[in-house]
Ligand binder design. Sequence first.
Ligand code: A3P
Length: 329
Amino acid sequence: MQISQPPVPKYLKKDELTQECKDLISSLPTERGWVASTFYKYQGFWHPCRHLQGIISCQKHFRAQETDTILVTTPKSGTTWLKAILFTLMNRTHFHHSADNHPLLSNSPHALVPFLEIKLFLEGENPDLSSFTSPRLFSTHMPYVSLPKSVRDSQCKLVYLCRDPKDTLISLWFFTNKLRLQNMGSRSLEEAFELFCGGVSMYGPFWDHVLGYWEESLKNPRKVLFLKYEEMKDQPEHQLRKLSEFLGCPFSEEEEKEGVLQGIVKLCSFDNLSNLKINKVGKLPSGEDYSVFFRKGEVGDWKNHLTMEMVEHLDKICKEKFDGSGLRF
Ligand code: A3P
């Protein structure tokens, strides 16, 4: 009896590449991918071919508006969480955080704040974005050097989020193993660790991604707000206040008194979002279950997985890479 294979999800399909992208990848250095079999190095960073397709289309066609806000993150740093927070914060006059019809109750944060290069510019080479009303809110994992020129040149705001590299690695390892098909097997932690330390991870090298935005945030603090997952977990209300001021929509005294900050933090909390039906059973159009974006949502889970030698090795690399930058995890 022949056992039928499950259909290949869209996020693993290679057949939708433009000729331009096919020509480009044929000239790029390659490495082992984490989910798709191959990574390509483009502008100093590693990508599977689908992401690369989205990046080059976005670079060519996206035109930033002065009022845009773009959430930029390293994968697995809490993108889903910050999408929810930013959406709620920026739309709080239309949707009160406690309203029964709040969009977050029936939509994934990924549907409300779409990725530029992994959704919009992958669905069509030059998508029509006219349905997004100003101020627009998008997200991306693109490194600073790969951002479309209009994003770098305009007054639009960039909110950057990253996370302790050890937790990022563990989260990425679990996430990518969930996305691998059964016949691909799982990646061992040892292999994932070796790749990550060599800079070969989604949108990696991790440190180059982080440093690109860290340096920009120092040069241009009105354009780039640099946030860390651990600080968001530790002082969510303080970070929310900082975000609102950076985006030019500070909380009024009335809102502070009314407990709006606490309300937003609660609505966007791991417990609340991960238990909503949409996030338990829904899927991205590219096939990933929304539930894969929720695992533990804790700081320091690496302690349960990495050996002492691994910790020392990764700490040493990070110390060298971040040396002199003023950035620490
Ligand atoms: P863990 O795998 O450590 O649990 P991203 O959204 O960038 O893909 O990041 C996913 C990570 O953020 C996962 O980390 C996930 O559990 C965590 N996460 C998702 N929603 C969260 C929330 N509301 N609050 C805190 N962490 C959250």
